[in-house]
Design a protein around this ligand. Structure first.
Ligand SMILES: [Zn+2]
Length: 237
């Protein structure tokens, strides 16, 4: 199907682009207006009111087609799930390392050249391997981050105490602070480079001085870490 043709989205349709196709589907909902949701680079959902005429939906989609194509284009491809198999790539301190799985006990995880060597009783069990690997990231974070944050806190020269660091796995954030001189850091931050780790720690140290992301927060961040923007870009990449 190409742009401009009748869309007939009733049964779902495909928008053929030079290099790929976009799958369009319609979902009826109890709502007042039509909305378009870009689900992925090649999957778009049109949400329409229960009684909205198909002709009206077609017209709406037709009008928005250029926008849909552009928005879908800009949509990041869905990340494939992380695997925990022999030779799967995992990052540690910004380096790409390969998983080397060994059967045995006691359980052990350690870095050896370009490998993360992981020994456990059932190395074919991805859930178990993941559990051991995540526990190892957490131990590394608990071992290294408190000293690092103490060192970075000295850059502020304002006498504010070094915060207590707790480490846990967080879904959506690298760090958070509660305003009680305690910061919480995502254990998976250990997969990032030292520059990126330092950015997250300094960001939280700035929050101990300025709670919200206001002018004074960014002023302080810029003084303590002048290249914070480049580091943030790397962290989000
Ligand atoms: Zn923040």
């Amino acid at each position: 199907m190409s742009m401009g043709q009748s869309l007939a989205v009733a049964n779902g349709c495909r928008v053929q682009l030079p290099s790929r196709e976009i799958q369009l589907s319609v979902k009826r909902q109890s709502r007042k207006t039509i909305a378009i949701h870009i689900l992925s680079k090649d999957e778009v959902e049109v949400r329409a009111p229960l009684k909205c005429a198909w002709r009206e939906i077609d017209r709406f989609v037709d009008q928005k087609m250029a926008w849909i194509v552009k928005a879908a284009e800009e949509c990041e491809p869905a990340k494939p799930p992380t695997r925990y198999l022999e030779n799967s790539i995992h990052r540690y301190l910004g380096e790409e390392l390969r998983l080397s799985l060994v059967r045995g006990k006691p359980a052990f995880v350690g870095v050896d050249n370009d490998f993360i060597v992981l020994r456990c009783m059932d190395p074919g069990n991805e859930t178990l391997v993941r559990k051991h690997l995540e526990a190892w990231y957490r131990r590394q974070a608990e071992r290294h981050l408190p000293a690092r944050i103490a060192w970075l806190n000295r850059l502020f020269v304002d006498g504010v105490n070094v915060p207590r660091v707790t480490v846990r796995k967080m879904k959506a954030r690298w760090g958070s602070c509660d305003g009680r001189n305690e910061v919480c850091i995502n254990s998976l931050l250990m997969s990032k480079s030292q520059d990126e780790i330092d950015l997250v720690l300094v960001h939280e140290l700035c929050h101990l001085r300025h709670f919200s992301h206001d002018k004074s927060f960014y002023g302080l961040l810029g003084r303590v870490m002048p290249d914070w923007q480049a580091r943030e870009k790397a962290l989000q990449a």
